[in-house]
Design a protein around this ligand. Structure first.
Ligand SMILES: [Zn+2]
Length: 53
């Protein structure tokens, strides 16, 4: 069954339960990569976190 794309993290065959990854660990790795990137680029300047209209 080599129908699915390989895991983008480790290139192993993806598992349906963790699609498109092969395991929860690889999914976490990808998620962590995402979060790290967004943390390095702040969306708004700090100071106004409560926007009460
Ligand atoms: Zn993997």
């Amino acid at each position: 069954m080599t129908d699915a794309k390989p895991c983008p993290i480790c290139q192993k065959p993806a598992v349906l339960a963790f699609k498109p990854f092969c395991s929860a660990r690889c999914r976490q790795v990808d998620l962590g990569k995402w979060l790290t990137e967004s943390y390095s680029v702040p969306a708004q300047p700090p100071g106004e976190e409560d926007d009460g209209a």
